[in-house]
Every structure is written in structure tokens, then in C-alpha cells.
Design a protein around this ligand. Structure first.
Ligand code: GTP
Ligand code: SPV
Ligand code: MN
Length: 592
């Protein structure tokens, strides 16, 4: 398929190491993919779903110990320990290669090794980058074929150029020997003993964030864990925003937002450019321009329904792979918690057992039919609100950057930073309650700067520095905001309705960008006047509720500054002086 010496050598070396029975090139043709789907069904890897209701759709169940990203077993491997920071895992690169080469030795014996040439970004665009993933997993091949552009056209575009090497084997799915390793100095990724999402679809978090963030630092651009959304006003003008929320904190939902009635009636429309990753560059006009390097959505299934996110649900109606959702025996379809009010009568849960509604586990917690981190892999073309700029080679210009997380109390519904460096500070102090997207405890508040804690490919202090430096290169800087859809009342219920109604907050954000609305300056930044958040047509929300959602608890924020201080300390001495100065200023302002 290619004369590219580096590609051929990579394949030869891997063949020697892993000893596959045969090597199959993925050419990207529908015929080949259809053959692989049939093979996966035959081998019990996929279940073919009702082809009338869900044409081209399949269900996959992972091993029960392999249901999310494993941050504890994810490593940046390089020559210098300082290339990473204490909040991420680092391994000496030579030791990592030695250990991994041991684990990969002969691992594909009797198996097929697939060669997946893939492009992150539209094939041939000058901002796109190419990777080759070698894997023994048909599941990975079929997911990569949705999430990225794959096949011959990519190899042709590569010519004799360079690429990111990716090697994956599900090996024995042994969690004790599971490693997701990144070699930024060598443009290489090695992943073993998992067969789940972000651990193994190497184009996504491994390449498009960890390796790409490192490339971005070296080359002067940014790879971010951000959705990209276009908001069209009644005059037909479209403004774009990018937003970074930690995993399972609402990116896909915001990216596919449907305007509330009163906005729809006025003529507002929203367009999805991306739901998870943004590659961002300074354009010739001095603005920031963002592209979504992916070609599919790997979205959280539970909670997705015709009310919360119809565009996501509609995106999964054809050519989609479902992972760890429940199986509906009655009509050979799928189900998950929050899809419909009524629980179908005959469900098989994500582990393959008969589901009994209301049954609890040994800790008294209700057993779920679908895993909380169950997902759909759906082609972007399925999305009813996909932006016509989705494949624009230069991407879309950003008016605003939005940070946000799950905070039950401290963070207000929305606030605006004072300037770029203050915005970088706001991103750096992001904190959020953990979710099921990664293994470990759920609901614990942890710092997750720019939603990149698990995804930055180098030292977090240097990453902050890169943000500060980018600011000096952007003539027309986007404004930077922070949002929190997740404040709760005394009973633990979310106060803000969220989802489509988040447009009401975006509306204020865009008005601020255009200098059309005043705001109140506070210690943490600019807060809206409650009257300026449009609550027309919202049940049970009054100006007082909004006032409450926007309130800032001085004591909580003072405590917050202590948390930030120790977090900066934990990252170490590379946290830039500019951010320490921002923290000092915040402390001073809170004491005023
Ligand atoms: P990753 O794919 O892991 O990066 O997640 P994500 O950031 O795309 O999160 P997603 O949009 O899938 O949402 C995750 C969960 O948050 C789902 O259960 C949603 O129902 C819930 N959620 C999203 N937006 C809102 C909101 O505005 N309000 C509330 N209360 N919940 C929301
Ligand atoms: C996330 O966890 O942020 C995801 C899912 O988008 S995964 O691809 O598994 O990283
Ligand atoms: Mn994500």
C-alpha cells in the first residue's frame, strides 16, 4: 500500500516483536469494513442490532475490568522526569521501552495485526496530522474507522512524510499489566491490555491531546480538550466558542445544543463543529482558529434522550457502535438509564446478565443496566446540527473560550476573566467532581486545569507557560469565561436547568464579547447582573434564583485560594510567575 520506508520499517519491527499470524492493511473501503463487522459478529465481539430500527448499528461489551480510561496506568515516557509534573505519571523512556517490549513480545501470536493509517483532521489539510495504529483488535479498527479518517487516501496523503506511531494490543486484558504509554520525543504511543475507548483509540486522547499538546508547545499552537460550537443569531451571523469541561461534564451536550423555544422562535440556531477536542492556531488575522481533528463522537450514553440531547440521540440511529449499554431483547435494540422513562421489560445488562429493575448490589446501590460510562461511537455526519464548517481546512474563528466543571457550590453560573492572563489563571484553577469517565472514586472534587489534567503530554507548569505565551501572539484575543451548570440546592438538586437552556448563558457571553452588556466587577472577575440572563419561558427560575446562582461566597473562595496554592506547589516550580501574581491579586481582592 505504500513505499514509505518509515511505515514499512515500523510494521516490520512490530511484526518481529509481536509475531502476528498475518498483517491486514485497512484500506478504508466499505467492503473491507463490512467484512470485519461480519467477522466481529462471528467471533462474538459485536452483536448486530435491529437493522430496521438501527441500520449499521452494533453492540459491544467490554471486559468488566476494562470500562474507562485508567489514569493511574497512563504514562508520559521521556528522558527527563521534569518533562512531566508530579500530577501526572512519568516513566523513564528507556525503562518504558524495555518493559513494554517485554509485554508486547509475541503478544499477537495466532492473531491478525491490522494496520490503520488515519488522519486527524480532514485528509490533506495542512493542519491535519497522520498516525498509523497497529492493533490486534477488530473493535479498535471499527471504532477508529468512525472516529477518524482511515485508509488508502490517508497513506496517499502521507507520501514519504512522518507520522505518529501507535501500537496497541489487547493482550490478555490483564489490568495489572495495563499500560498506556506516550513517547512525545519519539512521536510514539504504546497501549497494552485494554480494549476500551480512550485507552486504545490512539487517535483520540493519546495522539490528539497528549502527543499533540507537546507538538503544539514546540510548534506554537494548542491541542485542547474542548468542544467547538457555532451560535447563529437571527441576522444569520455565526459566532464560535470553544469550551473545556472535564470528562463527562457536558461537552457533547453543549456542542449539540438545541435552543430553547424563545430563542428558536427568534431565529437562533446552533451548529456543532466538535464535541471533545480542538486544535487551535493563530490565524493571519490575529484571531484564534479552531478545528475538530476527529470524525466521530465517542459520547456518554446514559442521560442522553430526546429531551436532553436529541441531536446526540439522532446521531446514534445508524452506523453506530454502542459499548456497554444494555441490550433490549424484545426488539434487538439498545437502552440505557435516562433514555426513556419506562424501563423496557426484557433487558440484558452491560455485563451480559438478565436485568432486574430495582435490584441492588452488595452496597445497596441499584444495579445499572448500562455502565455509567457506556458510550456510543457515531459518525459526525449523522449529527443533524453538524456545522457546514466542520471540514473547513482553517477551522472557525473563536470569539470566546469557556472553562467549566462540576461544582456543587463555589463556582457561579458564569463569570468573565479580566484579561488573557487572568483567563489562563481561571483555566488553571478549574476544579470538578470526578466522574465515571475514568476509573476511581466518583464525585470527589479535584483540580483539573483546562480539563487537561489527564491529557497534557508534558510538564503542567510549562503547559500554563505555553498558554501565557500564546496570549502574546494573539492580536485579537478571544474573551475567557468560566461556567458551572452544576450548582446544587440544599437537597442536592441542580438549580440551573442546563442543557438547551445553557444558550441563555452563552447569549450573555457573546454579548460581553461584543461589548453589548455591562457586568459587575468582583474579586474573581466580571459577573452578570441577574437581569441580564434571559430567563423568559423558564419554569421555576426567577431573577432571585439567578442572583443566587451568581453569588460568590467569600469564605469559600478564600478557602479555594488555599487549595490553589497547594495545587500550584504540587505542580512545582515551573508554574509561571504570572499565575502566582494572579493568585496574589485574587487573595488581595478577596480581602478588600
Ligand atoms: P466526555 O465524552 O467524557 O469528554 O464527556 P462530555 O464532557 O462530552 O460530557 P457529556 O456531554 O456527555 O455529559 C456528561 C453528563 O453530564 C451526562 O450525564 C449529561 O446528562 C450531563 N450534563 C450535560 N450537560 C448538562 C447540564 O447542562 N446540566 C446538567 N445537570 N447535566 C448535564
Ligand atoms: C473522556 O473521558 O474525556 C472521553 C472518553 O472523551 S475517552 O475517549 O475514553 O477518553
Ligand atoms: Mn472527552
Amino acid at each position: 500500500m505504500t513505499q514509505n520506508k518509515k511505515v514499512l520499517e515500523f510494521i516490520e519491527q512490530t511484526k518481529k516483536l509481536c509475531n502476528p499470524e498475518k498483517v491486514v492493511w485497512i484500506d478504508g473501503s466499505e467492503a473491507q469494513l463490512e467484512e470485519l463487522r461480519a467477522l466481529a459478529v462471528k467471533e462474538g465481539i459485536l452483536i448486530k442490532l435491529n437493522q430496521e430500527k438501527l441500520p449499521g448499528c452494533y453492540l459491544h461489551r467490554t471486559c468488566v475490568n476494562d470500562v474507562a480510561r485508567v489514569e493511574g496506568r497512563t504514562f508520559i515516557c521521556s528522558s527527563n522526569k521534569d518533562d512531566s509534573s508530579p500530577i501526572n505519571n512519568w516513566m523513564n523512556k528507556d525503562e518504558a521501552y524495555k518493559m513494554l517490549n517485554g509485554l508486547f513480545e509475541g503478544v499477537m501470536t495466532g492473531r491478525t495485526m491490522y494496520v490503520i493509517p488515519y488522519s486527524m483532521g480532514a485528509v490533506g489539510s495542512k493542519f491535519s496530522k497522520i498516525g498509523i495504529e497497529l492493533t490486534d483488535s477488530v473493535y479498535v479498527v471499527l471504532n477508529m474507522a468512525i472516529m477518524t479518517r482511515v485508509g488508502k487516501k490517508v497513506i496517499d496523503a502521507l507520501g514519504d512524510g512522518d507520522f505518529i506511531k501507535g501500537l496497541h494490543s489487547y493482550a490478555e486484558l490483564n489490568e495489572e499489566k495495563r499500560y498506556i504509554c506516550h513517547f512525545p520525543e519519539d512521536n510514539a504511543i504504546m497501549s497494552i491490555n485494554s480494549n476500551y475507548g480512550g485507552n486504545v483509540l490512539l487517535g483520540k486522547k493519546c495522539f490528539a491531546l497528549r502527543i499533540a499538546s507537546y507538538l503544539g508547545k514546540t510548534e506554537g499552537w494548542m491541542a485542547e480538550h474542548m468542544l467547538i460550537l457555532g451560535i447563529e443569531n437571527p441576522k444569520g451571523e455565526i459566532k464560535y466558542v470553544a469550551a473545556a469541561f472535564p470528562s463527562a461534564c457536558g461537552k457533547t451536550n453543549l456542542a449539540m445544543l438545541i435552543p430553547p423555544e424563545i430563542y428558536k422562535n427568534k431565529g437562533y440556531k446552533c451548529w456543532c463543529v466538535g464535541d471533545d477536542i480542538a486544535w487551535i492556531r493563530v490565524g493571519e488575522d490575529g484571531r484564534l482558529w479552531a478545528v475538530n481533528p476527529e470524525n466521530g463522537f465517542f459520547g456518554v450514553a446514559p442521560g442522553t434522550n430526546m429531551k436532553s440531547n436529541p441531536n446526540a440521540l439522532l446521531s446514534t440511529k445508524k452506523n453506530t457502535i454502542f459499548t456497554n449499554v444494555a441490550y433490549n431483547e424484545d426488539d434487538n435494540t439498545v437502552w440505557w438509564e435516562g433514555m426513556t422513562k419506562e424501563v423496557p421489560e426484557h433487558l440484558i445488562d452491560w455485563k451480559g446478565n438478565k436485568f432486574v429493575a430495582g435490584k441492588v448490589d452488595e452496597n445497596g446501590k441499584p444495579i445499572k443496566a448500562a455502565h455509567p460510562n457506556s458510550r456510543f461511537t457515531a459518525p459526525t455526519v449523522n449529527c443533524p446540527c453538524l456545522s457546514d464548517q466542520f471540514e473547513a481546512p482553517n477551522g472557525v474563528p473563536l470569539s470566546a473560550i469557556i472553562f467549566g466543571g462540576r461544582r456543587a457550590k463555589t463556582a457561579p453560573l458564569v463569570y468573565q476573566s479580566k484579561d488573557w492572563n487572568n483567563g489562563v489563571f481561571v483555566g488553571s484553577i478549574m476544579a470538578s467532581e470526578t466522574t465515571a469517565a475514568a476509573t476511581g472514586a466518583v464525585g470527589v472534587v479535584r483540580r483539573d486545569p483546562m480539563a487537561m489534567r489527564p491529557f497534557v503530554g508534558y510538564n503542567m507548569g510549562d503547559y500554563f507557560k505555553h498558554w501565557i505565551e500564546m496570549g502574546t501572539k494573539i492580536k485579537n484575543q478571544p474573551k475567557i469565561f468560566n461556567v458551572n451548570w452544576f450548582r446544587t440546592d440544599d437537597n442536592g438538586n441542580f438549580i440551573w436547568p442546563g442543557f438547551g437552556d445553557n444558550l441563555r448563558v452563552l447569549d450573555w457571553i457573546l454579548a460581553r464579547c461584543e461589548g453589548k452588556v455591562d457586568a459587575r466587577e468582583t474579586a474573581i472577575g466580571f459577573i452578570p447582573y441577574a437581569k441580564d440572563i434571559n430567563i423568559e419561558g423558564l419554569d421555576g427560575i426567577t431573577e432571585n434564583t439567578v442572583e443566587d446562582l451568581l453569588s460568590i461566597d467569600k469564605d469559600a473562595w478564600t478557602k479555594e485560594t488555599e487549595g490553589i496554592e497547594s495545587f500550584y506547589k504540587e505542580i512545582g516550580e515551573r508554574v509561571p510567575a504570572e499565575l502566582h501574581a494572579q493568585l496574589d491579586a485574587l487573595k488581595k481582592n478577596l480581602n478588600k
